[in-house]
Each structure stands twice: as structure tokens, then as C-alpha cells.
Design a protein around this ligand. Structure first.
Ligand SMILES: [Zn+2]
Ligand SMILES: [Zn+2]
Length: 112
């Protein structure tokens, strides 16, 4: 009786069919400490919620990247832990807010 050589069959791990990140991976990335001071965004989103302060649009975990933190006094170094200098604005409103500021300053400068 012939003995078959014993072979170890390496079972391939099941292929991942999803090409998007798992929630765990996304969370890990979000929790990674960024450059100094950049964590205020997460804090602001936590304090004020996933909501644009201007247009009232609501965001969820999938669209939260469209929410940005606006500094009410324009000073990015002023980050009080109670969030009083932060405003959550969607990218569109944030853009609008700043172009208006620039325009406002421009018009004011023209007058003076
Ligand atoms: Zn908005
Ligand atoms: Zn801003």
C-alpha cells in the first residue's frame, strides 16, 4: 500500500470582498493623535454635535469629514476646552463664512 506524502494544505484566508475600511480601522485612524492642537476638531464635534451651526445640515459618521471647525475669533490657537470659540460648519458654510469676512474687511478698509 502506497503511502501518500503528507501535505499541509495552507488554507487561504477568506478574501475580503469589501474594499472599504472597517469601522475599527476608521476609528483607529481618527484616534491617532494628529499634529499638536489638531484634536480640537474632534472635541468640537463632540461638544457641538455633527451639525452645521449655520445651515443646520446634519452629518453622520460617513459624512463627518464635511464638517469643519470654525474659530469664532479667527484665532486658531485659541482653543478653550469648553468649545466656546468653536463653531461646527460644513465646508460650504465655512467657505462662505471666510469669504464674507474677507469681503467685509475689504469693504471696511475701503471706507476708512
Ligand atoms: Zn452648513
Ligand atoms: Zn473658519
Amino acid at each position: 500500500m502506497k503511502k501518500r506524502p503528507y501535505r499541509i494544505h495552507h488554507k487561504q484566508p477568506p478574501q475580503k470582498t469589501r474594499d472599504f475600511e472597517s469601522i475599527e480601522e476608521t476609528l483607529m485612524k481618527l484616534q491617532k493623535p494628529g499634529p499638536k492642537g489638531s484634536d480640537y476638531r474632534e472635541r468640537s464635534l463632540k461638544i457641538h454635535g455633527l451639525l452645521c451651526a449655520k445651515c443646520g445640515r446634519e452629518f453622520d459618521e460617513k459624512t463627518r469629514h464635511l464638517l469643519t471647525v470654525h474659530h469664532k475669533d479667527g484665532n486658531h490657537l485659541n482653543n478653550p476646552p469648553d468649545g466656546s470659540n468653536w463653531e461646527n460648519l460644513c465646508v460650504y458654510c465655512h467657505d462662505d463664512e471666510h469669504s464674507r469676512e474677507l469681503l467685509g474687511n475689504y469693504l471696511r478698509d475701503q471706507k476708512e
